[in-house]
Design a protein around this ligand. Sequence first.
Ligand code: OVM
Length: 399
Amino acid sequence: MNDTMTIPELDFDPYAPEQLTDPYPMHHAVREAGPVVRLKPYPTLVACARHEQVHAVLNDHENFISGAGVGLTNFNLEPPFRPKSLILEADPPQHTQMRTILSRILSPKAVTQIRATFAAEAEALVDRCLAQGTIDGIHDLAQPYPLKVFPDAVGVEADGREHLLVYGDMVFNSMGPRNELLAKSAARMGPVTEWIMAHCARSHLRPGGFGDQIYQAADAGEITHEQAPMLVRSFLSAGVDTTINGLGNALFALAHHPAEYAKLHADPTLARPAFEEALRWESTAQTFYRTAGRDTQIAGVPVAENTKVLCFLGGANRDPRKWPDPERYDIGRRPTGHVALGSGIHGCVGQAVARLEGEVVLTALARRVKAIEVAGPHTRRLNNTLRALDTLPLRLIPA
Ligand code: OVM
């Protein structure tokens, strides 16, 4: 075995509060150590934080499978905390069959049909925020917006939607280790799983909504009626906490970069690239895993079957080998190739809806708000997977 085949070992615990609070120095160290590293606290995994390897792993679903889970837990060795997602935690051919249905329901064409509603809701919410003047960017804007528009589109009733927040926090914490964050999430679950599963039933879903469309696919024989509620569960798992924090992080980026916000205000058509750059700069989902489905290699380094592979999406998205001046939030950048929404066959199936939400909220702000000022210290909600804010005090200066 030669030098290039020795895997560097680092001391970092990516799930320690200090790394979750500021992961960027760790990403730098992991990238610099090599294309593949080991982490002392988790001896069973290998990790990548360079764009080239993260992209390569995500685009090689034959060697790097999802069916053993996309978090730290290897479902071949330990049971999942909930029945496996039929799409996220699956491989072809089952994955392909599910993906075909969800990508049709969430297609760009479907998005053109919800656009006017999503835009009107963004404008109304931004108007209410402007009337307040000083807001909490999370509790007054980033959280209520997806929590209204997405469950509306799925066809979930208004009552009890706060359960979706607890569930999302739990799903994304469950992709890390069994630490205190997971225990705290689990302790809040109480009636939540039952509420979620009840609202995946056809009887609870508005006819014609995204949820009901899954049952229509079952009626057509594309999936079974037993599989349908599990696919609705994927909407409810992946569709709310992700976009809440994508929007929250975008507000954070713009509030901390007044010159970039000024460009957006001057030209509201920059809303979409401004949101995209926020996804690159502060990746909402910081980490996803794959599992080596057979003996394979990454950058020539042998990786044994059943090894968990930690992909630092947030690290890849700030890799200087890929991005000039990667620490800079620059809305003039066109960050094609970022991996904040994944890549390859498992790339975010809801990405057209997520981008629509980002675009219409930032457009509404750009048109009405001259400047976004930081009005106090922000606080973070630590989560094993998500880069999330708890509070973000902002002052909105009307145009
Ligand atoms: C699912 C699911 C859950 C969380 C995230 C996700 C990012 C999917 O249940 O299918 O995709």
